[in-house]
Ligand binder design. Structure first.
Ligand SMILES: [Zn+2]
Length: 371
């Protein structure tokens, strides 16, 4: 389980730091304090190298935070909700709760990031000019920060999802074709291609003896998986848009009595039919659900003595949805809780069951047929 800490709140947005962030912070400080500054500017005291190193690292992450805040503020202005901003090993991410509704909205939200980074780069370069002749150390730090913000801006402009440039590309294709799914597919593919290119470049560097290539491989790998994940997410959201529990549920489910032994459940129900899940009833009242996994988890010698009610998931512990529940949210909670099915409850009565496999099949069929 990952850990993150809330360090503050800006414009109503929680700012979190992921545990992996400390690693990159220490690495950056070390690279700057022990390598970059001593090699580029010889003759400072060791303490000064570290002070400037720590200060530069902190300002790099402040810059990343400002970049993410720019995305978030534009998102909020567009009526979106921003849940939080998290800083982690590869920078920052703003969790915006919904996908943009119009191409222009996405263009605006995405492009403001690199624009902010270029703006910060400009500010730091101006600061560096102003500090020239006053303090060598502060001038050095400001120049470095100017450069790093420009590099950040350029890197984020790479036209592949999930980089900002990929979102810009997506919004343009979306505007031209009117097809968000196709636009996402193309932006995701270019993102994967760029990520692959980074990994190849990293590999070449490593083969030539530069260990820093490992870093490129790592970034490439991360971007690749983010591109794939982002695409799947959009597919699911597009296909399940407007789909509710009612459309996904099946009414074909069987019930068993709570006093049934497990052996009887296996012989007379599981092996005879094709169902894997059964509602457990006690005088027409639903008491819980029993599924194949519950049976498998019970040692065979207990099948004759234990009853269905002993191994079922009781009603109090079950998750329910209502017929109007949103399809994407249902799939999310099934995945998050790692459960295979959920009963649909309408005014206290169970009216159907939704199986995770059915939802996945629903998505697959629709996306294959393009409907
Ligand atoms: Zn960005």
């Amino acid at each position: 389980m990952r850990h993150s800490w809330r360090i503050g709140r800006i414009f109503g947005i929680d700012i979190n730091i992921d545990s992996s962030w400390f690693l990159i912070f220490i690495l950056f400080t070390w690279i700057l304090g022990a390598n970059y500054y001593p090699q580029t500017y010889p003759g400072w005291s060791p303490l000064l190298y570290w002070v400037i190193g720590i200060m530069t690292s902190l300002l790099i992450f402040t810059s990343v935070l400002i970049h993410e805040l720019a995305h978030s503020i534009v998102a909020i202005k567009q009526g979106e909700k921003v849940r939080n901003i998290t800083l982690f090993i590869l920078g920052g991410v703003a969790r915006i709760s919904e996908e943009p509704k119009k191409p222009f909205q996405e263009l605006l939200m995405a492009s403001v990031g690199p624009i902010t980074s270029f703006g910060l780069g400009f500010v730091f370069f101006v600061l560096a000019l102003a500090l020239k002749g006053t303090s060598v150390a502060l001038h050095a730090a400001a120049s470095y920060l100017g450069l790093i913000n420009i590099v950040l801006g350029i890197f984020n402009l790479l036209p592949g999802f999930p980089m900002d440039g990929g979102r810009v590309l997506r919004s343009i294709i979306w505007k031209i074709t009117g097809d968000l799914r196709r636009a996402t597919r193309i932006a995701s593919r270019t993102g994967q291609a760029l990520a692959f290119l980074l990994m190849v470049l990293g590999g070449i560097q490593v083969l030539r003896g530069y260990l820093s290539g490992l870093w490129l491989i790592f970034i490439g790998w991360f971007l690749h998986s983010a591109a794939v994940r982002g695409y799947r997410r959009i597919m699911v959201e597009t296909v399940l848009k407007g789909v509710t529990a009612q459309d996904l549920m099946t009414k074909n489910y069987e019930s068993v009595n709570h006093d049934l032994s497990i052996q009887e459940l296996v012989d007379n129900f599981i092996l005879k039919g094709k169902e894997r899940v059964f509602l457990v009833l006690e005088e027409d009242e639903v008491r819980g659900i029993v599924c194949l996994e519950d049976v498998k988890a019970t040692p065979r010698e207990k099948w004759a003595t234990e009853k269905v009610k002993d191994i079922m998931t009781p009603r109090e512990k079950l998750m329910f949805v209502s017929p109007g529940s949103d399809g994407t949210k249902i799939l999310d909670s099934l995945t998050a809780r790692d459960i295979h099915q959920v009963p649909v409850l309408d005014q206290g009565q169970i009216v159907g069951i939704i199986y995770r496999t059915d939802v996945l099949r629903f998505i697959q069929l629709r996306s294959e047929l393009g409907v």
